[in-house]
Design a protein around this ligand. Structure first.
Ligand code: GTP
Ligand code: MG
Ligand code: ZN
Length: 317
């Protein structure tokens, strides 16, 4: 059955070479001529880009909402004919229309590092979406250690939860919050257990997981592509490739927006363009753990001469 004139709305769930895997959305019917001809459950099609979009150099990301045409249900193929405007995006991992970023760090194997943890959180904050923190592998460390680390990140302004895919701790709590979100992106260093978490939710899906390598128990960069999984009721979760150190290329004056410790002190400094580097009269309370790192990053960004990552100014409320 081929229907060249009809359109269907879907979400890009994966990119494979020159193809996009698009999942149909409930109520995604754009053209009435398709009514009754398609299955009502969601389904996936392998899609190429319409030539016009190719010529316009349109870049389609996982998470993008698109309309598809020329659907061939026998071959499971179709063509992407339109890209809907993006509501949000993250540069690395590259995902569009995300609503939540979940930073995963492991309590052990590999043990999280503070600088790295902070960089992941700041990079996640650049999406201007809800950022949450999950500490994985709680089965590997003593309870007092887990609680100490939870407390530490609470001081930073987050509400972390500890999980283990081995004991099941914290997973249903996390699942409930993922199901309340539209598109959550799991990100974090390689080997922390992002794919293991998805495998826990989808035991029958083909999801690659590798043992850790070497003495430092580092990950092996197992996941290579961003992929969205449907948790039901329109909630998607993205598995992403782990990497070790997010680059931060942010205008110095914008950095403060990405620190909850500064955000929660709104109005305490009377200067409009203050960088809070102990300027005379700066009213900010500077007694918090990450302040030294904040200062270091601002100085780094001041001396940085290249282009900044995104046009943060237009995103800032
Ligand atoms: N003890 C313990 N090991 C875990 C847990 N979750 C995952 N692992 C192990 O951690 C290793 C790496 O897990 P992955 O799920 O591949 O990690 P990843 O974050 O997807 O890594 P990349 O794809 O490389 O980014 C595997 O050996 C898992 O079995 C956990 O809760 N407890
Ligand atoms: Mg993985
Ligand atoms: Zn100030």
């Amino acid at each position: 059955m081929e229907n060249k004139s009809s359109g269907l709305r879907g979400i890009v769930v994966a990119k494979k070479a020159n193809f996009f895997v698009v999942e149909s959305l409930p109520n995604g019917l754009i053209s009435s001529s398709l009514k009754g001809k398609i299955k009502t459950d969601s389904f996936r099609l392998l899609c190429t880009l319409r030539k016009r979009l190719l010529h316009q150099n349109v870049s389609v990301l996982v998470g993008d909402f698109v309309s598809i045409e020329s659907i061939d249900f026998h071959a499971n193929k179709a063509v992407i004919s339109h890209l809907f405007p993006r509501k949000s995006s993250l540069e690395r991992p590259s995902v569009a229309n995300l609503t939540n970023v979940i930073v995963l760090l492991s309590l052990q194997d590999p043990t999280y590092e503070m600088d790295q943890a902070s960089r992941f959180l700041i990079a996640a904050e650049q999406s201007f979406q809800q950022v949450d923190l999950v500490l994985t592998k709680s089965d590997l460390v003593k309870r007092v250690e887990v609680n100490k680390t939870l407390g530490r990140f609470q001081q930073w302004g987050y509400s972390p939860i500890a999980i283990s895919t081995k004991t099941g701790e914290g997973i249903s709590l996390l699942e409930t919050s993922l199901k309340q979100a539209s598109v959550s992106v799991l990100c974090g260093p390689s080997g922390v257990g992002k794919s293991s978490l998805l495998k826990y939710f989808f035991p029958h899906e083909l999801i690659s997981i590798s043992d850790l390598s070497g003495k430092l128990k580092r990950g092996r960069n197992t996941t290579r592509n961003v992929e969205l999984y449907h948790l039901g009721n329109g909630s998607f979760v993205a598995d992403t490739p782990g990497f070790n150190r997010p680059d931060l290329l942010i205008e110095p004056k914008h950095l403060q927006s990405f620190f909850p410790e500064i955000r929660r002190q709104k109005n305490s400094c009377k200067f409009r363009d203050c960088l809070h580097l102990s300027e005379p009269g700066c009213g900010l309370d500077l007694d918090w753990e990450r302040y030294t790192q904040y200062k270091k990053l601002v100085r780094e960004m001041i001396s940085y001469r290249g282009p900044y990552q995104v046009d943060l100014g237009s995103n800032l409320q």
